[in-house]
Ligand binder design. Structure first.
Ligand code: FRU
Length: 492
């Protein structure tokens, strides 16, 4: 059996380089080889943006977790760096799980992650126990701290289990370092727990800043906590979410709380609750503050429920979303593709005031690696009832976006993709009532689609499974509507 060492992982990467993969997206980060899940350590270091990720180099399925590593100057073109962490110490021999990173004042880079480890006589069905560990390095090589774990089970108050205690978010405020992790509490559901330290070695438990209260799923994962537009935001993912209207769907959910941290009670007070993304595939989001002050979010473009849906020729598995700029308007999160993607646009094709009823295509509006803007408005005859846009289309296979103006509902539908698996294929979300008008920006990149409605008030991200060269686009309406369409190819 191969030893899960860093040397082995790096040698394997060097041997394989990047797998030739026709499905590999052009501008979404994928692993050079193997499997990728959550973004980790998304942060600025020495003026560049680093993104680590949950990584198993040896297969296209989840395995003993490593940290893969890449960096970018513009969030679009990535440079792969050697594997950063492997599960190779007693504190993390069952996996180097998710975490975050921070540039230290002395110029080194701190990685804080969950070490999963085994104990003698532990239950056979248990993957391991979890605690928080750290490694420090120079942007390529990292040394795990000799005191690992830095935050062990002994730091947890009564009632909080170290079987589910993970995904530390590290940040600094004043003289203190903080770690916010998620943990399963007495009622079996999730909470976020805060620790502080002045020296990175000695940590004290501060408080349970917020708990699930039987809502927002069961066990939580991957918390992030940051200021935005005069508010404080807490975002995380959850298992076993219960559906709530069209806001939350069942299963692996993503959540965004706008509120504030109350220093007295050491708790997070939430004022507004919403989903981050309404699509089929969006999980484990993380943010950073860019050099120019923008808050940028990236997520794993996947859902644990559909990781088994793989094409026959898949050579690597998993990708990130395109990083997004976040803002808050009218107490809602807005998301917009990083502006740097606009530098990769070419072949502009535009149409104005096109009347749509029967299914139609427009010369030059096509492609599978595109930035597409569609503005829809009703015809004055009052007949407009339904709009449909099909893309990634070929002979009976397509992904579809449907807008029902009467209900202010947008539906994403990938039912007629190529997959033979039975999996979630549709998601719906509400948009603002604009009298039957809707603006869509749609980024398509081979096997993924990101939809931004009405300037980013809603985002909807999903994998798509039609053949990767299927790029036809059609428009259709029940009743009459008018559209403006603009398409760019995106290339590097
Ligand atoms: C979320 C997650 C994390 C964990 C990691 C393991 O997708 O389950 O909670 O750290 O993946 O790969």
């Amino acid at each position: 059996m191969r030893a899960m060492t860093l040397e082995n992982a790096r040698a394997y990467e060097a041997e394989l380089k990047a797998s030739a993969d026709a499905e590999r997206p052009a501008f979404h980060l994928t692993p050079a080889i193997g499997w990728m899940n959550d973004p980790n350590g998304f942060s600025m270091y020495k003026g560049e943006y680093h993104l680590f990720y949950q990584y198993y180099p040896y297969d296209i399925s989840w395995g003993p977790m490593h940290w893969g590593h890449a960096k970018t100057k513009d969030f679009v073109t990535w440079e792969y760096l050697p594997c950063a962490l492997a599960p190779d110490t007693p504190a993390d021999d069952r996996g180097v799980f998710s975490g975050t990173a921070l540039e230290l004042e002395d110029g080194r880079q701190l990685l804080v992650y969950t070490g999963v480890y085994g104990r003698e006589n532990m239950p056979a069905d248990l993957h391991g126990y979890q605690h928080q560990c750290a490694a420090i390095g120079d942007g390529i090589n990292y040394e795990k701290m000799s005191v690992n774990p830095i935050i062990g089970a002994d730091k947890l108050p009564e009632g909080i289990s170290d079987i589910d205690f993970r995904d530390p978010k590290v940040f600094k405020s004043g003289d203190y370092y903080y770690v916010l992790a998620v943990a399963r509490v007495e009622d079996g559901t999730g909470s976020a727990v805060l620790f502080s330290s002045t020296d990175l070695e000695n940590w004290v438990f501060e408080s349970r800043i917020i708990s699930c209260e039987g809502r927002y799923g069961t066990m939580w994962e991957c918390p992030d906590f940051f200021p935005l537009a005069g508010t404080e935001c807490l975002t995380f993912c959850a298992h076993e979410t219960l559906p709530e209207g069209l806001e939350f769907h069942a299963g692996y959910g993503n959540f965004f709380f706008i509120g504030r941290y109350d220093i007295e009670s050491k708790t997070f007070v939430k004022d507004h609750v919403q989903a981050v993304d309404y699509g089929c595939d969006f999980y484990a989001q993380q943010t950073l503050e860019a050099a120019d002050g923008r808050r940028i979010m990236v997520a794993w473009m996947q859902n644990w429920n559909d990781v088994h849906v793989k094409g026959a020729d898949t050579k690597t598995f998993g990708s990130m979303t395109l990083p997004r700029e976040l803002s808050i308007k009218n107490n809602r999160l807005y998301q917009w593709p990083v502006r740097e993607i606009e530098n990769y646009r070419s072949n502009h094709v535009a149409y104005k005031d096109v009347k749509v009823s029967e299914e139609m295509s427009l010369e030059g509006i096509e492609g599978r690696t595109i930035d597409l803007n569609v503005s829809i408005r009703p015809e004055e005859d009052g007949s407009f009832r339904r709009f449909s846009l099909k893309l990634a289309k070929t002979d009976g296979q397509y992904a579809e976006i449907v807008f029902v103006p009467e209900d202010n509902i947008v539906k994403f539908d990938r039912t007629y993709g190529v997959s033979r698996y039975d999996y979630v294929t549709t998601r719906k979300f509400y948009v603002e009532d604009k009298g039957g008008a809707l603006d869509l920006r749609i980024l398509v990149d081979k096997n993924g689609i990101e939809i931004f409605a009405n300037g980013g008030a809603q985002a909807c991200t999903s994998k798509i499974y039609t053949p990767v060269d299927a790029g036809d686009i059609t428009f259709m309406a029940r009743g009459n509507c008018v559209i403006d369409v603009e398409k760019y190819d995106l290339c590097k």
